[in-house]
Design a protein around this ligand. Structure first.
Ligand code: SF4
Ligand code: SF4
Length: 714
C-alpha cells in the first residue's frame, strides 16, 4: 500500500536572503495548485519560536498530516522544525538555491519552484512512520570473552543498570593477564603486577550482583534480533537459554603464527621464541635457552616480526614495541649481566609511554638500532646469528645472540564464536585487515550485525588500558541499541529513525536480491527463499529497496513511488531552449553535507541541476533512473561515498553495490537507445565540497557534447 499525506501545510521562509533571491509569492501559487495543500504561508523568519508555534497550531487545529518546510537544509534547525506525528519534508531553498544560484535570475526561480513541487510530491506519497515496537524486550547484555575487555564491559554495563551475562570458555577469567609477568602501566593505576590488577577487577566483579559469570562456557547459538536475541549457552554440562537485548564480542586476540615467518626460521631455531613465550618464561621464574637450559647472555628482539608487512600483517599491532621495551627493562633488572639488542623498523611509544623509551636509552647495555632483519641462522658456536640490513650504520650488520625474541603482532580471534543463526553466516563480516568493526572512521564498536558490538583487541590491536576504554565505548553502543529498540527506532547512522522496510510479499519472486544485498543481515529466508525481515536488525539504509527488481520494498517516508513522483514533477525545458536538465541522487551522509558546505562558502552551482537526497546510493532503484530518462532529464549523477578498502560508505557496501549494478544500468540505457554517459557516478568526501561546481560543469560539458535526451519533448 502506498503511504500518503492528504492534508498538507506548506510553510515558506523568506529570511536568510531567500526572499532576495527567489520570488516567494510565486512559490505560494505553486503550492496552491495542489488540492492536498490545505495551508500555505510565507514567513520572514520561519524558524522563530512564534512561527513554529503557529505551524504546531495548524497541525493540531487543521488536522495536517504532512508539513513542507521550504527554508534551509534539513541538516540545520532540526529542533525548531520538529513536529510530532506528521510527515515532515524540508525543501532546501537556502543552501540548495538562494545561496548557490544567481539572485533574481529566471533559472533560479525555476529551480526553487521545482524543488517546492518535488517536496510536495514527496509529502503526498509519504506518511509519518509508525515505530516497529517489539513486545517482551530484554535489557540484558551478553558479553562474550572474559579477558580485560569483557570484564570491563561487564562492570560498566552493570554500573549503568543493565544485567550482564559474562561468558568465558576457560575455567577462570582474565585471559592474557593470567599469562603475563608484568603490564605496561595503565593511566591512573600505579602497579604493574598483572595478578594484583586482575584480582582487583575480579573482586569488583564478585561484589557486583548485576553480573552473571559463566566460566567453562561457550555460546552455541544466537538467533533473533536486537532486544530479543535468544542465546544458547553450553555451561559445563548444562545447556541454558538466555534472552538478551544486545551482545558484545570481546573474545580478544591471538599472536600471529610465528611459524609463517620462514625468513626468520622460528620453527627451525629452538632458541627463537615469541614475546608471549618470553613473558611466560619470566613469570614461571627463569629465562633459559630452550636448546640447553642456559641463561642467555645476549638477547635480541626483532620488532615488527611480520607486522607492517604486506606478506603477513599489514598493520601495526600497537603494543609490540612497548612490550619489548618493558621486557628489556625487566630482563636487565633480573639479569644485570645480560645484553639486550632491539632491532626495530620504528619504535612506537604513544602518549606518556615515551618514558619507557627514555629509560631504555639510558641503559648502556640495551642497544637499539633501526634495521630490517633479513635472516637468522645458527652460528658455529650454537648461537643465532642475526643479519640486519638497512641499518643506521648504512651497512649490513651481524649480531650473535643466545636467545632471539620475535615481536609478533595481534590477530583477532574468530567471530564465529558467536554462532549466529543468520542466513549470512555464523560470524561477523570482516572489514579491513580481518577485523569485524563496521566503520573505522564514523562508528567504532559497531559491527555489520545490528545490536552486536565489538570491544578490545577483536576490534583493533590494542593494549590493556585501551581495551578498558574500548569496553566502555562498546557498552554505550549496546545500551543505545537496547533503548532504541524499545522506542522502535534505528541505531546509527539513522538513529531515531522510526521507519522500516515494508515488503509487499504478494509480488515477491524469491529472487533473494534483498537477502543477499542487505549489508546488515536483516533478512533471514524461508525455505522457499522468501525474505523474512527482522526489522530491529535493520539500519534503514534502503539498499534492499534499491536492489528489489519488483520494486516491492519501500518505507513510509522513503519509497519508490514518492521518489518517482518527485522526478516526474520537475519542469522540463523544451529541447529548442538548449537548457539542459540534470538530476543528481546525492547520498545524505557525506555528499549532501558537502553540497551544504559549498553553499556556506557561496560557491556557484549550476541552476540546471535538481538534487534528490538519498539514504545511500545503494538505495537507488533502477526504476528511478528510467523514470528520470523518460521524463526528459539529459543526464543523471549518482553521488555517493567512496567505496574500496578505505570506504566511507556509512552502509558499508552501498557504494560498491552501485558500482556492480552499473552493468545492469548500461543495459537499461541500451534498451532505451541512450548513450552510457547519460548516467554517471561520482564519489565525494564531505571535505571535497570545492570540487562540486567543477563536477557539475564537467558533466554539463559531457551532456553538451552528446546533446539533449531524445525523450525530452515526448
Ligand atoms: S538493506 Fe538496509 S533497509 Fe534493507 S533491511 Fe537491510 S538494513 Fe534494512
Ligand atoms: S528483492 Fe524483492 S522480489 Fe527479490 S526476494 Fe527480495 S522482496 Fe522478493
Amino acid at each position: 500500500m502506498i503511504a500518503a499525506s492528504e492534508n498538507i501545510g506548506v510553510y515558506i521562509c523568506s529570511g536568510c536572503h531567500i526572499g532576495q533571491s527567489i520570488h516567494v509569492e510565486s512559490l505560494e501559487a505553486v503550492a496552491g495548485a495542489y488540492p492536498a495543500v490545505k495551508k500555505c504561508s510565507v514567513s520572514e523568519n520561519l524558524c522563530s519560536s512564534e512561527s513554529c508555534r503557529k505551524i504546531a497550531a495548524d497541525i493540531r487545529e487543521g488536522g495536517l498530516d504532512g508539513v513542507v518546510i521550504a527554508a534551509c537544509s534539513h541538516r540545520v534547525a532540526a529542533e525548531a522544525f520538529h513536529f510530532d506525528e506528521v510527515f515532515l519534508e524540508r525543501v532546501n531553498l537556502r543552501e540548495g538555491v538562494a545561496w548557490i544560484m544567481e539572485p533574481g535570475d529566471e533559472n533560479t526561480q525555476v529551480a526553487a519552484e521545482d524543488y517546492l513541487r518535488m517536496g510536495i510530491e514527496r509529502t503526498m506519497y509519504s506518511a509519518h512512520p509508525e515505530p516497529y515496537l517489539i513486545k517482551d524486550l530484554s535489557s540484558d547484555i551478553l558479553v562474550l570473552g572474559g579477558g580485560i575487555s569483557g570484564i570491563q564491559c561487564a562492570l560498566d554495563a552493570s554500573r549503568a543498570g543493565y544485567r550482564v551475562h559474562l561468558v568465558e570458555k576457560e575455567e577462570s577469567l582474565g585471559g592474557w593477564l593470567n599469562r603475563l609477568n608484568d603490564i605496561i602501566p595503565i593511566p591512573g593505576y600505579p602497579k604493574t603486577d598483572p595478578q594484583e590488577f586482575l584480582k582487583e577487577k575480579l573482586d569488583e566483579l564478585g561484589a557486583d550482583p548485576g553480573v552473571h559469570i559463566l566460566t567453562n562456557s561457550t555460546v552455541k547459538s544466537i538467533e533473533g534480533e536486537p532486544g530479543q536475541f535468544t542465546v544458547e549457552i553450553s555451561w559445563g554440562k548444562k545447556k541454558i537459554k538466555q534472552v538478551v537485548g544486545s551482545v558484545i564480542l570481546a573474545n580478544g586476540w591471538k599472536p600471529y603464527d610465528a611459524g609463517k615467518l620462514t625468513h626468520l626460521g622460528y620453527n627451525k631455531h629452538k632458541d627463537m621464541i615469541t614475546q608471549i613465550e618470553l613473558e611466560e618464561m619470566v613469570k614461571n621464574g627463569r629465562v633459559a635457552r630452550p636448546s640447553d637450559g642456559k641463561t642467555p647472555e645476549n638477547i635480541l628482539f626483532i620488532q615488527c616480526a611480520g607486522s607492517r608487512d604486506s606478506e603477513h600483517l599489514p598493520y601495526c599491532s600497537n603494543v609490540c614495541c612497548l612490550t619489548s621495551l618493558k621486557q628489556a627493562l625487566y630482563l636487565r633488572k633480573q639479569y644485570p649481566d645480560t645484553n639486550v639488542f632491539i632491532i626495530y623498523k620504528d619504535i612506537r611509544t604513544p602518549g606518556k609511554n615515551e618514558h619507557y623509551y627514555h629509560e631504555v636509552q639510558r641503559d648502556n647495555r640495551i642497544f637499539l638500532t633501526k634495521g630490517k632483519v633479513s635472516s637468522v641462522e645458527k652460528s658455529g658456536s650454537g648461537q643465532l646469528r642475526v643479519v640486519v640490513d638497512e641499518s643506521l650504520f648504512d651497512e649490513q650488520i651481524g649480531i650473535t645472540a643466545d636467545l632471539v625474541v620475535a615481536a609478533t603482532g595481534m590477530v583477532p580471534n574468530a567471530s564465529e564464536d558467536l554462532h549466529l543463526q543468520y542466513r549470512q553466516g555464523e560470524g561477523l563480516p570482516e572489514r579491513k585487515y580481518g577485523f569485524p568493526d563496521s566503520h573505522f572512521i564514523c562508528f567504532p564498536y559497531e559491527t555489520q550485525r545490528t545490536g552486536i558490538y565489538a570491544a578490545g583487541s577483536i576490534r583493533v590491536p590494542q593494549g590493556i588500558s585501551d581495551c578498558m576504554e574500548d569496553a566502555s565505548g562498546a557498552v554505550v553502543k549496546a545500551i543505545q541499541s537496547i533503548e532504541s529498540v524499545k522506542r522502535g527506532e534505528a541505531v546509527h547512522p539513522r538513529s531515531g529513525d522510526r521507519s522500516f522496510p515494508d515488503l509487499y510479499m504478494l509480488r515477491c519472486t524469491d529472487c533473494k536480491r534483498c537477502t543477499e544485498e542487505c549489508p546488515f543481515g536483516a533478512y533471514d529466508e524461508t525455505e522457499k527463499g522468501q525474505p523474512l525481515p527482522n526489522p530491529a536488525r535493520c539500519r534503514r539504509c534502503g539498499i534492499c529497496m534499491g536492489s528489489c527488481p519488483e520494486r516491492i520494498i519501500s518505507f513510509d517516508d522513503y519509497s519508490i513511488h514518492a521518489v518517482s513522483s518527485m522526478i516526474k514533477s520537475v519542469s522540463m525545458p523544451e529541447e529548442s531552449s538548449a537548457i539542459p536538465r540534470l538530476l543528481a541522487f546525492v547520498c545524505e551522509n557525506d555528499a549532501y553535507p558537502a553540497f551544504d558546505m559549498a553553499a556556506l562558502h557561496r560557491l556557484r552551482i549550476s541552476p540546471y541541476l535538481r538534487i534528490i537526497p538519498v539514504r545511500c546510493i545503494g538505495s537507488i532503484n533502477k526504476i528511478w533512473l528510467s523514470d528520470a530518462l523518460s521524463a526528459g532529464f539529459d543526464g543523471i549523477l549518482q553521488i555517493g561515498c567512496k567505496p574500496g578498502e578505505n570506504y566511507q560508505c556509512h552502509y558499508i557496501t552501498g557504494s560498491e553495490l552501485m558500482e556492480t549494478r552499473s552493468e545492469n544500468i548500461r543495459e537499461t540505457l541500451q534498451t532505451m537507445m541512450l548513450e552510457p554517459e547519460r548516467i554517471h557516478t561520482e564519489f565525494l568526501e564531505i571535505d571535497e565540497y570545492k570540487r562540486i561546481p567543477e563536477i557539475i560543469e564537467e558533466y554539463l560539458a559531457v551532456i553538451g557534447k552528446i546533446g539533449p535526451n531524445p525523450f525530452k519533448d515526448m
